[in-house]
Design a protein around this ligand. Structure first.
Ligand code: 4AD
Ligand code: MG
Length: 536
């Protein structure tokens, strides 16, 4: 409380310095101090000209986590005899006649720390509270373990139960729960082996993504989440509006929504025009690539497509690099190198979790990923892919014909059967089935697009060389019935210093699926958003 009051006092000194604002962008001192008073009502009046003093902020110290103890080559042998404090959640508690074994997991790795308690242990009287799910702090000394499962364990001198967990209602019990059930307790599922491992591998993939692009000279750009343009032109956008926030009892009244000629009057909305959650950061990414050369975005994107499949989310994360002075070949090379880099990274840095996936989720995934990391990717044209599918004589549910988009079953046939599990890039798609911004090929029928397909997931990456010629781009906007005026700034890039450029988008959750073997995309993101479900 004292620290909070001191902080508020500190804040309240600031208006004094702003008493003579240099320009009108600064709120008046009066406005500032009255706003602050609202949040700091309990603060005493400011003593004139007092120099505030405060308590020093403590030093940040990195805590030792179980992964650091057990994760090395020696599995913790070098720690024997050393003192250690473990903070984590109880996975199991097994009481034997003279000793009790408590498995504690702190989330840093798959392995638990086996903590050995005896009646002499301080806190032993709390033994009835040491249930699955409880949080504990355990002090002890690392010792060689007699059991075959681990090299070391913790001989506990003191245990404190920090937060109890009622064993009769805690939903995650030792027996294996189905992934469907775990989706209904998404707030607790990170405490399972599978979801802990997915979270760590997802984190490693994100880190490796930044590392790959940063090391390759790309600059990370934050593209906006709210946008007025539809990048993919597919009309799969969520509206962002305050027109519905008129908080009448029981919700917004339909007839209170402003309208004009029977339609919603967007001019009265927050942005004075329709606005949406972005489906892709690409168009904004292109503006920065047209100044900084090579950039990438990495952020959330949203699609209101009503696809209840194992590969679609309404909210997903996308990585979108954009390369200036580059064509489709450069784009494909970048996509392949990036994918191989992140795959190698997790094979080298997430060994324990990858062995877990190999054993429990998808047998052989390590070999499969090793192949991906090592072998060159192949590429073929869309026209050749159609010939291949027709020539396969396989019965597909969806028709195969030049001009129609490839469906998931076709993509999976190409990678899983025709190319025996290797990623394949399909390029030069018919222009009618691709977005307006893709560069037209000289044949007048196809565009310089590429999709990278991988086994089990299908399309992991979608990209293209962009149309850098103003007249062609305007023609494509017209053909696609898109309003040229609202793309004025995008067209400007073609008016001022246009360059050949190319980029792609990788769906991050599909990458997590590919890298972990997890079947359903809803298990590759902490809190999935899908049609009919936005719980948690
Ligand atoms: O192929 P898409 O629609 O391409 C774009 O959005 C381009 N603007 C990207 C670019 O060139 N900068 O989407 C790119 C990737 C897909 O290949 C897929 O991996 C993923 O985003 N994706 C989805 N992932 C999960 N749920 C969905 N509903 C997805 N839609 C696309
Ligand atoms: Mg696509």
């Amino acid at each position: 409380m004292a620290a909070a009051a001191a902080a508020c006092r500190l804040l309240r000194l600031a208006p004094r310095r702003l008493r003579k604002p240099r320009h009108s962008l600064f709120p008046t001192p009066l406005a500032l101090s009255s706003a602050w008073r609202r949040y700091c009502a309990a603060a005493p009046p400011v003593a004139a000209a007092a120099t505030p003093t405060g308590d020093a902020v403590g030093e940040f110290r990195r805590r030792i986590r179980v992964a650091e103890v057990k994760g090395g080559e020696d599995q913790g042998a070098a720690w024997v005899g050393k003192e250690l404090t473990v903070r984590g959640w109880v996975r199991t508690c097994r009481a034997q006649r003279t000793v009790t074994f408590v498995e504690v997991n702190d989330g840093s790795c798959l392995s638990n720390m086996q903590c050995v308690l005896t009646p002499e242990t301080e806190g032993y009287d709390q033994i009835d509270s040491i249930n699955t799910g409880a949080s504990v702090l355990v002090d002890g000394v690392v010792a060689s373990s007699q059991g075959g499962k681990q090299k070391v364990e913790l001989k506990v001198s003191k245990i404190i139960v920090i937060g109890e967990s009622d064993p009769t209602s805690f939903p995650i019990q030792k027996k294996r729960a189905s992934r469907e059930f775990l989706r209904t307790v998404a707030h607790l599922r990170p405490r399972t082996n599978t979801f802990g491992a997915v979270a760590r591998v997802r984190n490693a993939l994100a880190y490796a993504t930044h590392k790959f692009f940063q090391d390759s000279g790309f600059i990370w750009v934050s593209s906006p989440i709210i946008t007025a343009s539809d990048c993919e032109g597919a009309g799969e956008q969520f509206y962002v509006t305050t027109l519905l926030s008129n908080s009448a009892e029981g919700g917004c009244l339909v007839n209170s929504i402003p309208s004009k000629d029977g339609r919603v009057d967007w001019s009265q909305d927050f942005f004075c025009k329709p606005a949406f959650l972005t489906v892709s950061g690409q168009l904004n990414g292109e503006t920065y690539a047209s100044a900084l050369s090579d950039i990438y975005t990495f952020g959330p994107t949203f699609r209101a497509e009503n696809s209840n499949t194992s590969r679609h989310l309404a909210e997903f994360w996308m990585i979108e690099p954009e390369l200036a002075f580059a064509d489709l070949n450069d784009d494909m090379a970048c996509a392949s190198a990036y994918l191989q880099y992140v795959v190698k990274y997790i094979l080298e840095n997430c060994k324990e979790d990858m062995v877990f996936f190999d054993t429990w989720v998808e047998k052989g995934i390590i070999d499969r990923l090793n192949n991906v990391a090592e072998k060159n990717f192949v590429q073929m044209s869309y026209s050749d892919a159609i010939k291949l599918l027709i020539g396969s004589n396989k019965k597909f549910e969806f028709p195969v014909k030049w001009g129609l988009d490839l469906q998931s079953e076709h993509e999976r046939y190409i990678t899983e059967v025709a190319f025996g599990g290797s990623p394949v890039i399909i390029r030069d798609y018919p222009k009618e089935i691709k977005a307006f911004y893709m560069r037209q090929n000289d044949d007048g029928k196809t565009v310089a697009a590429m999709d990278l397909l991988v086994p089990r997931v299908g399309e992991l990456i979608g990209g293209s060389q962009r149309e850098e010629r103003l007249d062609y781009l305007e023609g494509r906007l017209d053909e696609s019935n898109l309003n040229k005026d609202s793309y004025w700034w995008y067209l400007d890039l073609r008016r001022y210093g246009s360059v050949p450029h190319a980029g792609f988008g990788l769906g991050f959750e599909r990458l997590v699926q590919f890298a972990t073997g997890i079947d359903n995309i809803r298990d590759a993101i902490p809190f999935p958003r899908v049609p009919g479900s936005a719980e948690f």
